[in-house]
Write a protein that binds this ligand. Structure first.
Ligand code: SAH
Ligand code: SF4
Length: 343
């Protein structure tokens, strides 16, 4: 049997023509979108003010969503990691991170990752495919199903390199941002990239001003090439593209640095980093490395080394924050997300 197509992720235009093909009117397409994105309807039966005949006709060729949650790992600190199975049997992970009045979701954009950063679990098996816009949006819908409180923030920092999948990312974020979609403000959405200057410029051309985080890790080109093997751009080009993003969008850029003991946390690393972003109103977010079983040769620095590195940067004029570790007892912390090897 051929697989039915999901409605989540369709543009308004495509949803309208799909509803028309099932005998419905444009206003019913809008009602359907309301059920799917506002009320989180996962089945046609959940859409209560639409005629049964129309719902039955839609159900012959379509499903509402394409993916489902197969497992939830709850961490002692309240973080929850959802394992999601896609229609073709691939799996991804998405993480809910509650923090006081704020609840953040960390979404994936690819099945695996082609960048292969030496410290990260997500790229261990390479990349298998890009997610569709619908599969990105559905991570938000699945998370919301499980929350009593509102989902306030979104970070595109799960599995995959978001800017290598702009074709799905841009429409997915538009739907998540849209008032008639999930209705999350652009200021509450952050896209993280391992540094593709041309694609950062493309993201800057999109309508909305999302926050941008750039995973720099090292400001020395040789060291960066060792840590981020498949992202070939030079640090100066990456910083220049980040600055253009800031100038065009008016959104402050964050530079992320995963700190590896003795590798990129030395005084000279702070020196090169501070110099490369000097005069650029931005924040450096230090992320002490989270352990990954298969990865050897990386060590998490001691808290005092992290503090020392932060101080060295601050002395050189940088704004610095240190990311708190969340969900590590369930392998749900930054860089610990992965796809399943066996299928
Ligand atoms: N591919 C994008 C977004 C996903 S990774 C990117 O690289 O920016 C999100 C963040 O988690 C990145 O800053 C990444 O460097 C960081 N990260 C990856 N592995 C990690 C690990 N083992 N410990 C801590 N942070 C890690
Ligand atoms: Fe991919 Fe980001 Fe992990 Fe690097 S850190 S392998 S770019 S997910």
């Amino acid at each position: 049997m051929s697989r039915k197509d999901a409605l989540v992720g369709l543009t308004d235009e495509d949803l309208t023509s799909t509803v028309a093909a099932a005998g419905g009117k444009p206003f019913q397409a809008r009602q359907l979108a309301h059920w799917i994105y506002k009320h989180g309807a996962a089945e046609f039966d959940d859409c209560r003010n639409l005629p049964n005949r129309l719902l039955a006709a839609l159900g012959e060729r379509h499903t509402v969503r394409s993916s489902h949650v197969t497992h939830v790992d709850a961490s002692d600190d309240g973080t929850r990691k959802l394992l999601i199975e896609l229609a073709d049997g691939e799996t991804i992970e998405t993480v809910i991170i509650p923090d006081g009045t704020r609840t953040t979701l960390c979404v994936s954009t690819q099945v695996g990752c082609p960048v292969g950063c030496v410290f990260c679990a997500s790229g261990l098996l390479g990349v298998r495919r890009n997610l569709t816009a619908g599969e990105i949006i559905e991570q938000v819908l699945h998370a919301r199903d499980r929350l009593d409180e509102p989902l306030t923030n979104l970070v595109v920092m799960g599995i995959g390199e978001p800017l290598l999948n702009l074709a799905s990312l841009v429409p997915a974020l538009a739907r998540i941002h849209d008032r008639d979609g999930v209705d999350m403000g652009a200021r509450r959405i952050t896209v993280s990239t391992s540094g593709y200057p041309e694609r950062m410029r493309e993201l800057a051309k999109t309508e909305h001003a999302y926050n941008l985080a750039v995973s720099l890790h090292a400001a020395d080109d040789d060291l960066r090439a060792q840590l981020v093997p498949n992202a070939k751009a030079l640090v100066a080009d990456i910083v220049a593209a980040a600055r253009e993003y800031f100038e065009q969008k008016g959104r402050e850029v964050t530079f992320e640095v995963v700190l590896l003991d003795g590798v990129n946390d030395r005084e000279r690393d702070a020196d090169v980093l501070a110099r490369s972003i000097q005069g650029f109103p931005s924040t450096v977010n230090l992320i002490p490395w989270n352990p990954v079983d298969e990865i050897e040769g990386c060590e998490r620095p001691l808290p005092e080394s992290v503090d020392r590195f932060a101080e060295e940067l601050r002395r050189r004029g940088a704004n610095v924050t240190v990311r708190r570790q969340r969900g590590a007892d369930r392998s749900a912390a930054c860089g610990q997300l992965r796809i399943l090897a066996e299928r």
